[in-house]
Design a protein around this ligand. Structure first.
Ligand code: ADE
Length: 243
């Protein structure tokens, strides 16, 4: 999986991805991340790539030609037109199913905007997916791009040590994950739930499923509408509802 990030702050991308699991995935050549400075495509010696908005108003707008030229260089290198994600609060709200869909690509371009926006015409020309990471406004698309890169990278085969953890975690089966515990067995007077020390794996699985249902019901009841629930799951939810 190769990521190409079009940005005004390449160091922000490059440094962040070199840490933790994305860093290891790069070292192991499971992914590559190329941060491309849009300023390198400016048509002037100052590296200026923004201008005043037509029609007036506050702020500056990123110009179309430098972004388009940077994109064309990637298309030339790849020999085809890859998916291009534009990070914008006006996009579709990002979720796990989007990460899964992007993880099927071989190459992904991510465009990070800044200032008041980007000239609409280049967005029309190159963008395939407008993505928002939530209903709040950030100063630029770099942090959202890192969120997208991280969430896709952990789905790339061989990136996570324990292949199971990608499928059992929150959202994968439409439910939040059950709580986890490790040593010490007692902390601040709180004991680890006894069932987890029992060694009875069938009982532990049942307990965890119930905790997962309970947590989802309490924190994200909206998710229960589309979750894959058995008759037993539904009975359990009904029992906590009547508590
Ligand atoms: N750029 C600024 N805010 C954003 C958001 N919430 N999601 C994606 N890109 C953004």
């Amino acid at each position: 999986m190769n990521f190409y990030v079009l940005t005004l702050f390449p160091e922000m991308i490059q440094e962040a991805v070199m840490t933790s699991i994305t860093g290891r995935a790069i070292t192991d050549e499971k992914i590559s991340v190329k941060a491309i400075n849009i300023r390198d495509y400016a048509d002037n010696d100052y590296g200026q790539i923004d201008d005043y908005p037509y029609g007036g108003g506050a702020g500056m707008v990123m110009q179309a030609p430098p972004i388009y030229d940077a994109y064309q260089d990637i298309v030339k290198e790849l020999g085809y037109k890859p998916r291009v994600i534009y990070m914008t609060p006006q996009g579709k709200t990002y979720e796990q199913s989007d990460a899964k869909s992007f993880a099927e690509e071989k190459d992904i371009v991510i465009l990070c905007g800044h200032y008041e926006g980007v000239d609409e015409r280049v967005l029309e020309e190159i963008v395939t997916d407008n993505i928002s990471i939530g209903d709040y406004v950030l100063t630029g698309g770099e942090l959202p791009a890192l969120v997208v890169i991280d969430s896709i990278t952990r789905l790339v085969p061989g990136v996570l040590n324990n292949d199971d953890s990608a499928v059992t975690e929150s959202f994968e089966d439409g439910l939040l994950e059950h709580p986890q515990y490790t040593r010490p067995a007692e902390f601040n007077g709180k004991e680890v739930p006894e069932i987890l020390l029992s060694g009875n794996h069938a009982k532990i699985d049942e307990y965890r499923r119930q905790e997962s249902l309970k947590r989802t019901y309490e924190r994200r009841p909206d998710m229960l509408e589309s979750a894959d629930l058995s008759e037993k799951d539904r009975e359990f939810i009904d029992s906590i509802k009547s508590d």
